[in-house]
Design a protein around this ligand. Structure first.
Ligand code: PEP
Ligand code: MN
Length: 263
């Protein structure tokens, strides 16, 4: 169902007026984790000022260590809903349990399936059974074929509103957190009719590489870029090393737009 051979024309996904896959670049910025209303509101204000409409923030955080901050759960989703209503933004958040999908759909505009859950087939099927856009991240060690099949699981249940997100894969290279597989973008665009985003934060894990990675993503044909922004990354409860602060965010966005010839 996701194959370009079956459906030659691009799928366009409407998220509160943002038409993902329309040939224009779209952007998803926001904190790694929802920590408080005030923290998300500061980022939301900055996103809004840029004329952007999509905001991310994790409420259920799949952390490597069980002792690390696990997220605010539904409290976090409530904060996102409040922010979405007050700022007129669309919010994206990761859901990790199949039984939470339906309920979560009342709070958020896009359901994110994280890298660690790309082959959680019950979760994929649950996401496929709701009428809500899904942002599906590539698994840490998933081949492109496995990634496409994960999207097929969602679509097989009836939900065709899927955005694929390349977020780096595990290789022997340690200079970056993961290895950004940049050619996955044109391959996914050739093989499927779905929009493709690149998450520059989790792929690189390095603040100094966010801008070049974002430029590369858009140059190679990505439909959008995701990056993490936190009002005070030094005290962030997750991913402190790689989130941009609000000034870095302004600069990043300005330079990215300039590089594309957008004022
Ligand atoms: C995230 O985007 O919040 C996240 C945890 O990313 P990934 O699933 O790609 O590791
Ligand atoms: Mn993160």
């Amino acid at each position: 169902l996701v194959s370009r051979k079956k459906k030659p024309e691009d799928t366009i996904i409407n998220i509160k007026g943002a038409t993902i896959g329309d040939g224009n670049a779209h952007f998803v910025f926001g904190p790694c984790a929802v920590e408080s209303y005030e923290q998300v509101a500061q980022v939301a204000k900055s996103v809004k000022e840029k004329g952007l409409t999509l905001l991310r923030g994790g409420a259920f955080k799949p952390r490597t260590s069980p002792y690390d901050f696990q997220g605010l759960g539904f409290e976090g989703l409530k904060i996102l809903k409040q922010i979405a209503d007050e700022f007129g933004l669309a919010v994206i958040s990761e859901i990790v349990s199949p039984e939470d999908i339906e309920k979560a759909a009342d709070y958020i505009d896009v359901i994110q399936i994280g890298a660690r859950n790309m082959q959680n087939f019950e979760l994929l099927k649950a996401a496929g059974a709701v009428n809500k856009p899904v942002l599906l991240k590539r698994g840490i060690a998933a081949t492109i074929d496995e990634f496409i099949n994960a999207a097929e699981y969602i679509m097989s249940q009836g939900n065709g509103q899927i955005i694929l997100c390349e977020r780096g894969i595990r290789t022997y290279e340690r200079a970056t957190r993961n290895t950004l597989d940049i050619t996955a973008v044109p391959i996914l665009k050739q093989e499927t009719h779905l929009p493709v985003f690149v998450d520059v934060t989790h792929s690189t894990g390095r603040r100094d590489l966010l801008l070049p990675a974002a430029k590369a993503a858009l140059a190679i044909g990505a439909d959008g870029v995701m990056a993490e922004v936190h009002p005070d990354p030094a005290v962030a409860l997750s991913d402190a090393a790689q989130q941009m602060d609000l000034n870095q965010f302004d600069q990043f966005y300005k330079e990215l737009q300039a590089s594309r010839g957008v004022a």
